[in-house]
Design a protein around this ligand. Structure first.
Ligand code: ADP
Ligand code: MG
Length: 320
C-alpha cells in the first residue's frame, strides 16, 4: 500500500438503513480531499468513523499502513474538527490552544511556548489573553484550527468548518487555511455541502450520494468526464445524450437554429456575474437538466434560447 490513508469495504448502517458503503478510498500524504454531497449522504459519518468516534459495521482503515481497528480516538493520529468547534468559554485563547498539550501532560512552560508559536502561525498573535466571546468569528476559526494543529495530527478532519461564517469571511478563511495546511503538509479530509468551496479547497474531490462515493477525481476531470448523470447534474457540468456526455464548455448560445450543429431548446433560469464573466444557468427538457455556462450574450431570466454545440455534428461523429 502506497497511499497514506486507505479505506477498504467500509459499511455503516443506522437502524437497518445503509448510510455508508465505500468499497475503497485511497488518499495520498499531504493531499487535501474535499468530500461534497447533499445533506444526509454520510459525509460526517465517514469522518466520525475515521476519527474512531463511530464503529463501522465492516471494513478496514489504515493510516500509514497501520490498521485503526481497536485504536481509541485519543490514540489515533487524527484530529476531528467539527461544525461548531466551540472554544471553551471559560478559558482564554492561550489555554484553549494549549488544551491538547495539557491532556498529553506537556509541562506548562513548554505548552505555552508551543501554543504561542501556533497562534502566530495562524495569525492570532496578541490575542492570547482574550476569551472566546471577545474575538470575531474569523479569529475563533483560527483559534479552533490552532487548537487542532497543536497536537501535530497526521490527519485533519474538517467537518463543514466554515458554516458559521458569512460569505466573504468564508472565502478569506478558506484561502489562508488552504495555504497553511499545505505549508504544514498535513493530510486533510474536508467535508462541505458547498460545491465552490469543495473545488477551491480540494486537490481531489469526492462526490457523495446516499452513502456512496459517485466519483473521486481532480476538479477538471469531474467537469470534463463526470461518471454519471448525478455527478454532472450536481456540478451543472453538462448533460447526457444517451451515453455521450456533452460538457457545458462545448456549448454556446445562438439565436437561430443551424442544422450543421446539434442544438437544444433551453430556458434561462438564473444569471450571475462572476470572475469578470456573465454566467447563465439554463434548463433543458422541462428542467430535467440544469447547466451553467458563460456567455457574452445578454440574456434575462425566462428567455427562451437555443443551445448549440460549438463543433459541427459530423466532426463529433454524432450525426451524418
Ligand atoms: P451528512 O454529514 O452527509 O449530512 P451524516 O453522516 O450526518 O450525513 O448522516 C448520514 C445519515 O445517517 C443520515 O440519514 C442521518 O440521519 C443518519 N445518522 C447519522 N448519525 C446517526 C445516528 N447516530 N443514529 C441514527 N442515524 C444517524
Ligand atoms: Mg454532516
Amino acid at each position: 500500500m502506497n497511499s497514506y490513508i486507505e479505506l477498504q469495504n467500509i459499511t455503516k448502517h443506522f437502524k437497518k438503513q445503509s448510510v455508508l458503503n465505500i468499497p475503497s478510498l485511497s488518499i495520498n500524504k499531504g493531499e487535501i480531499v474535499s468530500i461534497v454531497g447533499p445533506s444526509g449522504t454520510g459525509k460526517s459519518t465517514l469522518l466520525r468513523i475515521l476519527a474512531g468516534l463511530e464503529e463501522p459495521d465492516s471494513g478496514q482503515i489504515f493510516i500509514e499502513n497501520q490498521s485503526m481497528a481497536g485504536i481509541t480516538p485519543q490514540d489515533r493520529p487524527v484530529v476531528y474538527m467539527f461544525q461548531e468547534s466551540l472554544l471553551f468559554p471559560h478559558m482564554d485563547l492561550l489555554e484553549n490552544v494549549a488544551f491538547g498539550l495539557k491532556m498529553r501532560r506537556v509541562n506548562k512552560t513548554k505548552r505555552y511556548e508551543l501554543s504561542r508559536n501556533m497562534m502566530k502561525r495562524v495569525g492570532i498573535e496578541g490575542l492570547e489573553s482574550r476569551y472566546p466571546h471577545e474575538i470575531s468569528g474569523g479569529q475563533k476559526q483560527r483559534a479552533a484550527l490552532a487548537r487542532s494543529l497543536i497536537v501535530n495530527p497526521k490527519v485533519l478532519l474538517l467537518d463543514e468548518p466554515f458554516s458559521n461564517l458569512d460569505t466573504e469571511l468564508r472565502k478569506e478563511t478558506r484561502r489562508w487555511m488552504k495555504r497553511l495546511l499545505k505549508d504544514e503538509k498535513i493530510t486533510v479530509l474536508f467535508v462541505t455541502h458547498d460545491l465552490e468551496e469543495a473545488m477551491a479547497m480540494g486537490d481531489r474531490v469526492a462526490i457523495f450520494r446516499d452513502g456512496q462515493m459517485q466519483q473521486f477525481a481532480v476538479p477538471e476531470d469531474l467537469y470534463d468526464s463526470p461518471a454519471n448523470p448525478f455527478v454532472s447534474s450536481f456540478l451543472h457540468a453538462g448533460f447526457w445524450m444517451g451515453d455521450r456526455f456533452i460538457p457545458s464548455s462545448t456549448l454556446t448560445i445562438c439565436n437561430e437554429v443551424n442544422d450543421t450543429f446539434h442544438h437544444w431548446k433551453a430556458e434561462i433560469v438564473e444569471t450571475f456575474f462572476q470572475d469578470s464573466k456573465n454566467h447563465l444557468v439554463v434548463c433543458l427538457n422541462n428542467c430535467e437538466h440544469l447547466i451553467t455556462l458563460t456567455s457574452e450574450k445578454h440574456k434575462k431570466v425566462g428567455d427562451q434560447v437555443i443551445l448549440q454545440e460549438k463543433e459541427a455534428v459530423n466532426e463529433k461523429g454524432g450525426k451524418e
